[in-house]
Design a protein around this ligand. Sequence first.
Ligand code: PMV
Length: 366
Amino acid sequence: MSTKQFIAEISSKKIEKATFTWQTPSNIALVKYWGKTNPQIPKNASISFTLNNCNTKTTIEFTHKQNSNNVSELENKVDFDLFFEGKKKEEFKPKIAEFFKRVQLYCPYIFDYQMIIHSENSFPHSSGIASSASGLSAIAMCLMSLESKLNTSLTKEFINKKASFLARLGSGSASRSVEGPLVVWGNHPEIEGSSDLFGIKFPHKVHSAFQNYQDTILLVDKGEKQVSSTLGHNLMQNHPFAENRFAQANENLGKLSKILQNGNIKAFVNLVESEALTLHAMMLTSQPYFILMKPNTLEIINKIWEYRQENNSNVCFTLDAGANVHVLYPFSEKESVQQFIDKKLYKYCQKKQYIYDSVGLGAKSL
Ligand code: PMV
């Protein structure tokens, strides 16, 4: 599929001032993306639950610059200020500047505006919950709000598609943070409409067993990640198991697509946990190798297995590229599993912190 459709036409319209606020969620992958080629093209397709409570709220104030265009464009400089939780954050700027650089071809109008960005997360900063997915998708939505004022013929469908496309250029998993409750990113022969360029809503009817699914995030280690996801993705390049892994992930997505439709929750538990452990197995077997799980990650996993066995429960876990554990369970088990978490798992969390979340529907304009 061509990326040409995403290049905004230069508009003769001039908007002096406009402010947009978007709240966009984090997401948790069930089939994981780990390995990519440039520019942020995934080596396999992935699918995630969109979250509800873990999100980023971002406001961008756009002010049209006097005799704008050419100077900034020639200098290749996008003019913006960034405030995080009310404070100016120079240290966050290079990542956002890099994002603007990657999207400027598709959003040339950004050179015409001075942007003031205010951003805040609903989850504690440095909690080990990746904020790049929610953070970049929020900026992408704000850009699309401006673009749709410059070109009023854009449809909602296109706006979401291009927002996901732009967010992907900042962080791959951010492409899955525009819509919900389930988003597929990456071309997959069995998922109609799927693309390497943007995320799409899972196109099939989902069984009631998976409606309103619950996710409690246990904050095991809130420190900075020892290995960035960029480095991790790169280590898949010469990884001895890479090709098998990419094939396996695509196969798993095919299987999960059927499971989500037929409601086979035992098969869901098995596949999701295996995906999480396989992601970490890739890290254990790369060169250099690394371990992102902590002793308490393993304690929690064992407790979940024990509880599941003893209570004939369908609770399971998944992991991100870090030590935190996402405890996934159906809505029907909400009360019992939350009691189990409150009584048995909280003690493995740093500062006893965990976050109750559930599946959500994606970006919201505020
Ligand atoms: O979006 P990135 O480049 O931070 O990569 C995210 C990779 C995982 O979170 C480990 C898996 C996934 O699919 O979200």
